[in-house]
Design a protein around this ligand. Structure first.
Ligand code: NCD
Ligand code: ZN
Length: 355
């Protein structure tokens, strides 16, 4: 007989930070997310970044086409679009985005911080004040890649320095602006988000809950564990686990699943990004189970995000069951393949049913 903790039924979850890419890669990956989540915030860092509402609407159509091709029923998965903030984003564009009903956030990539961020912002308060003012007024959230790009700052300190140099001045200038600190990775970030006044929240990935930076080097250099912001020390992982499983409404699920072809990961200069769309809820459940807090998974995965974004909670449920889930070695992706995070390893939870 199964004890109650051997199965867990939660409201259907959402992914508040996802990379779907475009073209043949989009076609290959979209069903993985749609099988796990009802909605996802779609990151705008395509090769040609999604800088206008018009581009976001066209991208949304391509996502719907890909879902259709993958046999996902219409309406079963809703992409929540975002724009890519640049030095030139106008207040009028923000108004257009917010009136579209389809754009749910505007993403700040400090120029050069990560994959496809060359068109990102060079000086947030200096160049983007009109856009930020319009966002604050219309309730449009700013989604933040919270790392400085200053080469003098140690890679592992870039999130903490970002808080002092960018986050604090930004929120002083725009105290009512909704801000999501994306893919939080440090105890400094957790403390900041917990204590800050005003509408601030954060997403946390499954990989930052499960692994510390040792995972990058275990038995040799392991490119499939490399993402940005990079995995941190154990004390930071513990702070993230504590935050994610606390039930505090400011913390919610964002996989940051970021597919790259196998050959560009296993490379002399491997790309940053972990592919977790396939097994996201299995990974999160395994992480929550390590601290005996499965009862807090629903708030993190299904309730806190919609509350922050001002959206309704999903209909339907997802049931997870304790049991072995073996992560496949690789999956076909466009003309190549993608290696999921922790390929070949076994997780302690598996998806049993959806309604
Ligand atoms: C993301 C990607 O590949 O687009 N990579 C990553 O390591 N997370 C970009 C990002 O979110 O930083
Ligand atoms: Zn990302």
């Amino acid at each position: 007989m199964q004890s109650p903790t051997d199965t867990l039924t939660i409201t259907r979850p959402d992914d508040w930070h996802l990379h779907l890419r475009d073209g043949a890669v989009l076609d290959s990956v979209v069903a993985d997310t749609a099988r796990q989540f009802a909605r996802a915030i779609i990151m705008p860092n395509l090769k040609a970044p999604v800088i206008t509402t018009e581009l976001a609407m066209a991208y949304r159509q391509r996502i719907f086409q890909a879902l259709d091709q993958a046999g996902i029923a219409q309406g079963a998965f809703i992409p929540l679009m975002t724009l890519y903030l640049t030095d030139n984003t106008s207040a009028a564009e923000v108004v257009k985005a917010s009136q579209s009903g389809a754009v749910h956030g505007i993403k700040l990539y400090p120029a050069g911080a990560t994959t496809n961020s060359d068109a990102g912002v060079t000086d947030l308060l200096g160049r983007c004040s009109a856009a930020l003012e319009a966002m604050q007024k219309s309730g449009m959230p700013l989604l933040v890649h919270g790392e400085v790009t200053d080469p003098a700052i140690d890679l592992f300190d870039r999130e903490a320095v970002f808080i002092d140099r960018v986050m604090i001045p930004l929120r002083r200038a725009f105290p009512e602006l909704k801000v999501v600190f994306e893919h939080l990775t440090t105890s400094d970030g957790v403390d900041y988000v917990r204590e800050a006044e005003g509408p601030v929240a954060a997403t946390i990935t499954a990989h930052h809950l499960l692994y510390n930076r040792n995972a990058l080097f275990q038995g040799g250099i392991r490119p499939h564990w490399y993402c940005l912001p990079v995995l941190k020390r154990e004390k930071h992982r513990l702070a993230l686990i504590e935050a994610a499983t606390s039930g505090v409404g400011r913390f919610f699920l964002g996989t940051d699943s970021a597919p790259h072809p196998k050959g560009l990961k296993e490379n002399a200069c491997g790309c940053a990004g972990c592919y977790t769309a396939l097994h996201a809820m299995e990974l999160y459940a395994t992480a929550f189970d390590t601290v005996g807090r499965l009862d807090k998974l629903e708030a993190f995965a299904s309730l806190n995000g919609p509350a922050f974004y001002g959206l309704a909670v999903n209909q339907g449920t997802l049931t997870l069951r304790r049991g072995n889930y073996q992560i496949p070695a690789e999956l076909p992706m466009a003309e190549s393949s993608v290696v999921p995070l922790a390929a070949g390893e076994t997780l302690g939870w598996t998806i049993a049913a959806q309604s």
